[in-house]
Design a protein around this ligand. Structure first.
Ligand SMILES: Cc1cc2nc3c(=O)[nH]c(=O)nc-3n(C[C@H](O)[C@H](O)[C@H](O)COP(=O)(O)OP(=O)(O)OC[C@H]3O[C@@H](n4cnc5c(N)ncnc54)[C@H](O)[C@@H]3O)c2cc1C
Length: 386
């Protein structure tokens, strides 16, 4: 990975944040990036790298030190995601999804389940997943149908979750299920162990990209969940899900910036070495303008997510800012990855270069954690107060 001057701008990070960025950048360049293409080809989840993230103290950065978290702010966590995504988007997404699960338990779980799950999640010894989507409820997540019925002191879950990242690979699942009437008020959140009786998994989904990030259906068939594994109050599960998603959208924004930066670096490197008409193609104005727009978009997206993170760290309402950052950064990743392929000409279409993978990986960023249509809907409602 070539360092590009724009990508290296620290944009007001503290000395501590800069030190974290520097160490993760080295890790991403030396260990993560070289393994990324192979993990994709083999559809292999890099559990070893995830464990290494845990050993580096990166699996619980913004969480309470009392449970083994890093006790640092969200901005630090997000710049780590950005750096990891420069090496491997699927690995950065893994950390982001793991964080969604940890956030739900840390913010809403009882002391008993925090004690039971958080230290191992934060050490990376257990992998977390977040299960909201179903075959018939995606954007309209509040219409989910998986049911949790009372059974003595606990609950029995029945239903199927679709498109679940880490499905079958995770050790801990944060699940949203219906415990009451239709609509968001009838939803509760639960934590379920990966090896719980009555939980099985569908076949590995084949995807356009993110093949190193395993995805399977979760099939609940009368799966018993003890009463204390309810996360938050009964009927408040949709709030748990949405609170986690606010941070999750910033996570996807940071991952998008990392991917955009990787695509920009690759395009600059290729354009500087590829010669046509007796000169490097980087010397042609048509290519320079493309690169200029790519660099400007990546930098603007970086500033948007970092300012949103600062607002969140200061205790402000960052929901609108998080939607804007997710929307702009993921659209940027798609645009920049597309242009990076263009800068490479025919080579950009070949597996030999990483930009065709970046192009495929960028697309999902516009879909996950609320599609970009849904982000526009939320922003539109926010600005019109409708
Ligand atoms: C790679 C990947 C990983 C994922 N990981 C997870 C995970 O770990 N956990 C999890 O719970 N889910 C996960 N998902 C699911 C993801 O959150 C959903 O795919 C997403 O929310 C969209 O839902 P849907 O696919 O059902 O599309 P739909 O909601 O059916 O949408 C279809 C189209 O209609 C548009 N649309 C829908 N409603 C509106 C509206 N009101 N106004 C305008 N346009 C609208 C959408 O934007 C989209 O273009 C993952 C998905 C992918 C692709």
């Amino acid at each position: 990975m070539l360092p590009s001057p724009v990508v290296d701008a620290d944009f007001g990070l503290s000395d501590e944040q800069r030190a974290v960025v520097a160490s993760v950048r080295v890790f991403a360049a030396e260990k993560v990036a070289p393994a990324a293409a192979r993990s994709e080809e083999l559809h292999e989840f890099p559990r070893d790298l995830f464990l290494e993230l845990g050993r580096m103290g990166l699996c619980g950065i913004p969480f309470d030190e009392a449970y083994g978290g890093g006790g640092l702010d969200d901005l630090t966590y997000l710049v780590v995601l950005e750096e990891l995504a420069r090496g491997s988007l699927p690995l950065a997404v893994t950390l982001s999804v793991h964080h969604l699960c940890g956030f739900g338990i840390a913010a809403f779980g009882s002391p008993a389940i925090r004690e039971r799950y958080l230290p191992e999640l934060f050490r990376g010894e257990r992998l977390g997943a977040y299960a909201l989507s179903e075959a018939t409820s995606g954007s309209d997540a509040a219409s989910l149908r998986t049911r949790a019925e009372r059974d003595g002191e606990g609950w029995r879950l029945t239903g199927t979750k679709r498109f679940i990242t880490h499905g079958g690979e995770a050790d801990v699942y944060l699940i949203m299920a219906r415990t009451g009437a239709a609509g968001p008020g009838g939803i509760s959140a639960f934590v379920v162990d990966g090896d719980a009786d009555g939980l099985s998994f569908g076949a590995l989904e084949r995807k356009m990209g993110w093949e190193a990030s395993p995805m399977r259906e979760l099939i609940f068939d009368g799966c018993y969940v003890p009463g204390e594994y309810l996360v938050g109050e009964e009927g408040r599960g949709f709030s748990v899900a949405l609170s986690a998603l606010e941070g999750g959208r910033l996570g996807i924004a940071a991952c998008s910036v990392g991917l955009g930066a990787a695509a920009l670096d690759a395009a600059v490197a290729f354009a500087s070495s590829r010669e046509q008409f007796g000169a490097p193609v980087a010397s042609f104005e048509g290519i320079q303008f493309l690169l200029a727009d790519m660099a400007t978009r990546v930098e603007a997206a970086r500033r948007l997510y970092r300012e949103a993170a600062r607002l969140r760290d200061a205790g402000g309402d960052a929901s609108l800012a998080a939607s804007m950052a997710k929307l702009f950064a993921s659209d940027t990743a798609m645009r920049v990855a597309t242009d990076a392929v263009q800068v490479h000409g025919g080579y950009g279409y070949m597996r030999e270069y990483p930009v065709e993978r970046y192009f495929r990986e960028a697309k999902a960023l516009q879909i996950v954690e609320g599609t970009n249509q849904i982000q526009r809907m939320l922003i539109g409602r926010g600005v019109t107060r409708a």
